[in-house]
Design a protein around this ligand. Structure first.
Ligand code: GDP
Length: 206
């Protein structure tokens, strides 16, 4: 997975017109603020500081683009769910992400990050429904799974998979941890396949 290790920041967009050229393939990461999205991106790219882990709650957020190979990008979407965010900011987020999801031809798949202890919430469900119309694959990563005992993690996985199927038939769910490394390799393989234009999940052990 050397391609992820070479990832470098290339662009940041606060408005639709600031998005980099829509060429090649990209995979976007979304999730509630504090769910563990930055840590997941860093774990997948095997880089400690690619996406910043400590952020100021509620600050204006941007869509951040990381290029891992020519015309292959990871995209960090702004986190959602801050209680303190104003209506104007929320409307701006919805417009930006709505346009990005509906118009971005190079977007080939979505990684949704949810805290395994909280599960998939109503905002996550909304996002999944929004994205489902694209028909592109979705991988839900239940992160911080290191904080759950094995049985609780297994239950969280079943609950999330059941919920997710209702809003996004193309979605699959996996346990993940940026701390223990659970699920990192599987996520890398899936993202790699999407970036190569292959939508099917790779066969286990491949
Ligand atoms: P973001 O707001 O979604 O980008 O979340 P961050 O990646 O900044 O993580 C939020 C908090 O959760 C930080 O304190 C991280 O150290 C912690 N965290 C993230 N991922 C994991 C994980 O897999 N395991 C544990 N134990 N903590 C995590």
């Amino acid at each position: 997975m050397a391609e992820f290790r070479n990832a470098r920041f290339i662009a940041s967009a606060h408005e639709t017109h600031e998005l980099p050229p829509d060429v090649g393939h990209e995979v976007a990461f979304a999730g509630r603020s504090n769910a563990g999205k930055s840590s997941a991106i860093n774990a997948i790219a095997q880089r400690r500081q690619l996406a910043f882990v400590s952020k100021t709650p509620g600050r204006t957020q941007t869509v951040n683009f990381f290029e891992c190979a020519p015309q292959r990008r990871l995209v960090d979407l702004p986190g959602y769910g801050y209680a303190s965010v104003s209506r104007t900011e929320r409307a701006h987020w919805e417009r930006l992400i709505g346009t990005y999801f509906s118009q971005r031809a190079s977007l080939k798949g979505l990684i949704l990050i949810a805290d395994a202890r909280r599960g998939v919430g109503s905002l996550d469900e909304q996002l999944l429904r929004w994205y489902a119309s694209s028909g592109d694959p979705v991988l839900v990563l239940l992160t911080k799974s290191d904080k759950l005992a094995r049985t609780a993690a297994a239950k969280a996985l079943i609950a999330a998979a059941t919920l997710v199927k209702h809003c996004s038939p193309a979605a699959t769910v996996e346990l993940f941890s940026a701390v223990s490394g659970v699920g990192v390799r599987a996520a890398q393989m899936r993202i790699s396949a999407w970036l190569d234009g292959n939508k099917k999940p790779p066969v286990k052990g491949e």
